[in-house]
Design a protein around this ligand. Sequence first.
Ligand code: NAP
Length: 249
Amino acid sequence: MTRTAIVTGAARGIGAATAQRLASDGFAVAVLDLDDAACAATVGSILDAGGRAIAVGANVADAASVERAVARVVDELGAPTVLVNNAGIIRDNLLFKMTEDDWDAVLAVHLRGAFLMSRAVQEHQVAARWGRIVNLSSTSALGNRGQANYAAAKAGMQGFTKTLAIELGRYGITANAIAPGFIVTDMTRSTAERMGVPFEDFVQHAAAEIPVQRAGTPDDIAAAASYFCSEEAGFVSGQVLYVAGGPRA
Ligand code: NAP
């Protein structure tokens, strides 16, 4: 039986690598992002590798958009029983310069998005008496200068995850969080740009501070997601796995 997974924010970065990895693990994958045209590369790479995938344009922070997206997945790929809440944005600023829009936008995509997606997908997981939810937290959950909004959202993801684990466990559904450290993606590239630092220098500087002495890759995170979504991880729930090349970034 082919199971269906939804990966949000999967047009690029960690989401794209996770979608590709879950497809190679045998899942049919809904590659969900704001703009469905932007998902073409991820979907194409999955199809080229012999997997099954569709592009789904949706805004995870919008309830109607989420409902439409999940209904499409049910129609075109089958009821989703795996969900990776990966979509994310940053709007970094020191507290005294942070606007209400910066705060609301970040909380909306990460927390409201994960809530809306999980609420829509759990119906199918409960019906199947099986499910996997993986939420993207971050080492920033432990506090990070200039990221009051993002740190609050990523710490919130951990409490959200543990609560889903408690509520949904009786239906064979696990919920776990991955807290990545520094990963080379467009998100970290835009941080370097904002700080006026060449990206190569930014990565090198970050790597020097990491115990394993390198920056992370999207595949490092996809491997952890693959484990949490596997059959054999069925007794692992409500956990936060720091994937950061050390105990924390
Ligand atoms: P990324 O390269 O910026 O990709 C994020 C994707 O999410 C983009 O394709 C983006 O679409 C999409 N997205 C944004 N808002 C959305 C919405 N409302 N609905 C649907 N999709 C939306 O980010 P990444 O570095 O791969 O990060 C992925 C996740 O890992 C995020 O949750 C991030 O916070 C977390 N994380 C990343 C790092 C890191 O070092 N990179 C570390 C810790 C945690 P657009 O391009 O259209 O905006």
